[in-house]
Design a binder for this molecule. Structure first.
Ligand code: T4K
Length: 412
């Protein structure tokens, strides 16, 4: 007899909802698991529904649903202030924002980027007919290793597209130096870096443009959404045209734009989310500290170093499972899953190993050793504001009491 995640008992080809009191230890364990709600890698923060209703009433009354409406304008202003940046252009998601950022700077040819990211980073290049050139990461940050960039530059290289992976700031100074030397643009994929400060200033102030994601799984969410952070009014204007089909006014189409606009619904939600974002990030950071404290001394588990001079957003909780750990990464991932804890292997597989990219990688030209090691060892543990301390402890306890292949339980 088996119990599924919804508490339904399956016996042979019969399925029944009849409750039978669990007798054996094994049955009790299965029963507890079935009764328990799974813990996901993340869970979106949402405001109380009643607080959203007045915003919806305003939308219903005005009938302005999109196209740079009042909530859209307010959110752009509020985000400039909150993020301490000059200009924000809102988008319907981070991927379209990335595609548009590349268009706005007329990037062509080859772009140097990281294979250790979500697929949208490289996809945004291919959607612009640009060839991604994958360069290895620094294992301490999981970000593009600046010391490997120059060897990948060719006459066709026009830009660098680094990712602030897990919200860890890239080495922005070194990347800018390289870009200046070789006349390259820099666009940061800052999908994970909402609110991150480095050396006292927003990490979003670096490069020519930075791109945020406000997807449901992100630190700051508008259900779906994204933004481009622009350093000046001219580029913001160009991006505003591009995200609205290229329209500059009723009859003038400046270029072949796209529909990347954020709706009033999402913008209104964003305004409400901003009210609680400081507390949400504070709570994430507390959870990260609790995990770090519980996991720091477990042989075979490595935590990424806390980045220097940084106020992070604890958007992800990556751990590396090394050779000394009694279980492989995938065995630990499965052990957590069996206990209803859904970690994720962000970012495995590497983008360069996906079928549409694998032909592009010439390992003789660019070794991706650190990226491969990270992709083979990583698990991102659940982290989100409503995750309880006791749930964090449960995850940490499961990791610290590992069984090796002989079945012996080791408690560290
Ligand atoms: N660049 C980078 C570096 C990125 O990480 C991303 C997105 C982008 C660019 C593109 O930005 P967007 O175009 O998405 O704005 C998720 C997200 O879909 C994706 O936005 C994110 N990165 C990526 C890292 O993670 P999945 O396939 O892992 O999502 P999913 O649906 O499996 O969600 C993970 C868990 O979150 C679920 O198990 C449960 C929970 N969840 C998820 C959703 C969608 C909820 O509780 N509620 C929800 O509505 O990709």
């Amino acid at each position: 007899m088996k119990v599924d995640a919804y508490g339904t008992w399956h016996c042979g080809d019969r399925t029944t909802k009849v409750y039978t009191k669990p007798q054996t230890q094994q049955q009790k364990h299965s029963h507890n698991l079935a009764m328990k709600k799974p813990i996901y890698v993340t869970q979106p923060s949402l405001p109380p529904l009643e607080e959203f209703i007045p915003y919806l009433e305003k939308i219903w009354k005005s009938k302005i649903l999109t196209n740079n409406g009042p909530f859209h304008k307010q959110l752009e202003e509020a985000l400039c202030e909150y993020l301490d940046v000059e200009h924000v252009a809102l988008f319907n998601n981070g991927t379209i924002a990335l595609i548009t950022a590349l268009q706005a700077l007329k990037i062509k040819g080859e772009v140097i980027t990281t294979p250790y990211s979500f697929v949208a980073t490289a996809h945004s290049l291919v959607w612009n007919n640009i060839e991604p050139v994958f360069v290895d990461i620094d294992p301490a940050t999981c970000n593009l290793d600046p010391e490997r960039i120059e060897e990948a530059i060719t006459p066709r290289t026009t830009a660098i597209l680094p990712v602030h992976c897990y919200g860890n700031p890239c080495n922005t100074e070194r990347i800018q130096q390289i870009a200046n030397t070789h006349g390259l643009k820099v666009i940061y994929d800052a999908a994970h870096a909402f609110g991150v400060k480095h050396k006292g200033e927003s990490v979003l102030r670096h490069g020519d443009l930075s791109v945020l994601s406000f997807h449901a799984t992100k630190v700051f969410n508008t259900f779906e959404g994204g933004a481009i952070i622009c350093p000046n009014a001219e580029i913001k204007q160009r991006i505003d045209h591009l995200k609205n089909f290229g329209f500059a006014d009723e009859t003038t189409v400046m270029e072949t734009g796209i529909n990347g606009k954020m709706s009033e619904f999402n913008a209104a939600l964003g305004l409400l989310q901003l009210k609680t974002i400081d507390n949400a990030i504070k709570r994430r950071r507390q959870t990260e500290a609790r995990y770090r404290n519980a996991l720091v001394n477990i042989p075979g588990i490595t935590l990424l170093p806390d980045p220097a001079d940084t106020i992070g957003n604890a958007s992800y909780m990556p751990i590396m499972v090394n050779m000394e750990y009694p279980l492989s990464r995938d065995e630990l991932y499965q052990k957590l899953k069996d206990a209803g804890i859904n970690g994720r292997r962000y970012f495995h597989p590497l983008i360069c190993d996906l079928p549409m990219y694998s032909k592009l990688v010439d390992e003789n030209r660019t070794q991706l050793k650190s990226a491969r090691t990270a992709a083979e060892n990583i698990i991102c543990l659940p982290i989100y504001p409503s995750l309880l301390n006791k749930q964090v402890d449960e995850v940490a306890d499961l990791i610290s009491s590992a069984e090796d292949s002989t079945g012996t339980t080791k408690t560290f």
